[in-house]
Design a protein around this ligand. Structure first.
Ligand SMILES: [Zn+2]
Length: 198
């Protein structure tokens, strides 16, 4: 892949983050994956939600004691089996209180918890874990922006090299070599046609 097309892809990646950032002020996008395993009586889900200030990721794993309850639980959540997308209201950052939360970072790892599902007389206990984290758009944009800087430097070096080749200048220092052969009188770089045409 050429440097130029990698730069185009890099800019598109940043544009996608900024698009979610702007859209997140009005709507949230829920990218969800869920799996109900009736045999094992488990329900698992992974979510990515675009909020107002960043992406929220979560992982849920439920394990029911009584057979049959996991299907009913999944049905009541009205979630799409497999991979799905849903649109929702604008979402605020779910973690509040600390300095890092104010910057848009946050996470919660709850470990194993328990609860029950069903009516009082007819219910199943379940164990679950529900962990999440939040990464701010500004950080992702900055990360992507910095990640692409080497590409810009490479593009600049490429352009300088082809410009010097065209103008018959030293590839190393840019000294005018039209009246010289052998080594560059300025920096000592070997003038080699095989380098020049590489
Ligand atoms: Zn030179």
């Amino acid at each position: 892949m050429s440097v130029k097309s990698r730069i185009v892809r890099w800019i598109l990646n940043i544009a996608v983050i900024i698009a979610f950032w702007i859209r997140g002020q009005f709507k949230s996008d829920w990218f969800q994956w869920q799996k109900t395993d009736s045999k094992a009586n488990t329900w698992r889900a992974l979510d990515m939600v675009s909020g107002r200030s960043g992406f929220y990721f979560s992982r849920q794993a439920f394990s029911f004691d009584r057979p049959g309850y996991v299907e009913e639980y999944a049905r009541q959540l009205k979630r799409i089996a497999g991979f799905g997308h849903a649109e929702g209201e604008a979402q605020s950052m779910p973690y509040q209180g600390t300095f890092w939360n104010r910057l848009g970072f946050g996470s919660r790892v709850n470990g194993q918890q328990s609860g029950y599902f069903g009516t009082f007389n007819d219910r199943s206990n379940y164990r679950y874990s529900f962990d999440g984290c939040h990464v701010p758009y500004w950080f992702l944009s900055l990360l992507f922006a910095c990640g692409g800087l080497p590409l810009l430097l490479r593009l600049r070096a490429q352009r300088r090299r082809s410009r010097r080749l065209r103008a018959n200048q030293c590839l190393s220092c840019g000294y005018d070599l039209r009246a010289t052969s052998g080594r560059c009188p300025e920096c000592g770089q070997l003038i080699n046609s095989s380098i020049a045409h590489a």
